[in-house]
Design a protein. Structure first.
Length: 143
């Protein structure tokens, strides 16, 4: 994915020598989700050309946003706050939730009194108890 970041964002924010928290967060998230970010000075004349070249354009220039709406590409031209919301969702999509650690055990190594088995005992009584005890027996190998 390619994103064009309007260079004027930096000049307008650097007047106070501080980047807004939202811009910093957006830049961080763009890096984390491995988005190609191109920083360029943007004018409304460039929009049609950049529409084909980039998936999103981030600018605070309201004139560019108005022009984007006229060109029917307003959904691709974002304010910093909008970009932050959109790309935060990409980050949560990309993050993987690891299942709890599972161990492969034999039935005979389980404790029948373990509370995790209560539901099985209730729903499958008395068959579960029989199955558990039969499965818990250590097999004997004839010699």
């Amino acid at each position: 994915m390619r994103v064009l970041l309007d260079d004027s964002i930096f000049t307008s924010q650097m007047e106070d020598n501080v980047l807004s928290d939202n811009l910093q967060d957006t830049l961080k998230i763009l890096g984390e989700v491995k988005v190609e970010v191109i920083k360029r000075r943007l004018s409304s004349k460039d929009l049609e050309r950049y529409d084909l070249e980039f998936d999103f354009i981030i600018t605070e220039n309201r004139d560019i946003h108005r022009e984007a709406n006229i060109l029917n590409i307003g959904d691709k031209v974002l304010l910093i706050d909008e970009a932050l919301q959109i790309f935060r969702s990409y980050l949560s999509i990309d993050s993987k939730i690891a299942p709890p650690a599972l161990k492969n055990k034999l039935v005979r190594d389980l404790n029948y009194e373990d509370p995790i088995l209560n539901t099985l005992k209730e729903e499958y009584a008395p068959e579960f108890e029989r199955w558990f005890h039969v499965s818990s027996v250590k097999p004997t190998i004839p010699q």
